[in-house]
Design a protein around this ligand. Structure first.
Ligand SMILES: [Zn+2]
Ligand SMILES: [Zn+2]
Ligand SMILES: [Zn+2]
Length: 137
């Protein structure tokens, strides 16, 4: 796992810092999305808020992780697919369990193109499906 984390940092031309290594490892260990608070909790105050925030922002910029919209306006992050490039995130649908709040990427389901009225220009579209996950059924 360590090698994988290091090779991702290298591939994205990011220098290896304890913060980047630790936070990226967390994403590989969890099988779903992570909230900012989860990350802070798991790094046990080894890094301050600003470091965590900056690290996440760098990962988003590089196409390593992406934001996931939530119904309560908190921000979740999940790993991108291998082929995600800097500044590019494909628009897949997300599923959020109403019960345990587990959030997963539905990589194969793309947000449909929405036909807008004449003269309107889309900038951003996201889609979340809520329901009950397999653990909670
Ligand atoms: Zn991405
Ligand atoms: Zn659930
Ligand atoms: Zn996703």
């Amino acid at each position: 796992m360590d090698t994988e984390v290091l090779s991702i940092l290298k591939k994205n031309q990011l220098s290896v810092t304890e913060g980047r290594k630790k936070i990226l490892e967390l994403f590989y260990k969890s099988d779903g999305a992570l909230a900012h608070a989860d990350i802070e909790k798991n790094t046990e105050a080894a890094f301050d808020r600003v470091t965590v925030y900056r690290t996440l922002q760098t990962f988003v910029d590089k196409g390593i992780i992406h934001h996931i919209p939530t119904t309560d306006n908190s921000i979740l992050y999940a790993l991108c697919k291998d082929d995600c490039e800097e500044g590019h995130h494909d628009h897949h649908v997300h599923f959020i369990c109403d019960n345990c709040h587990k959030t997963i990427c539905l990589e194969d389901v793309t947000v449909p193109d929405v036909k807008l009225p004449k003269g309107f220009k889309p900038k951003h579209a996201e889609m979340v499906v809520t329901g009950v996950c397999d653990d909670c059924r």
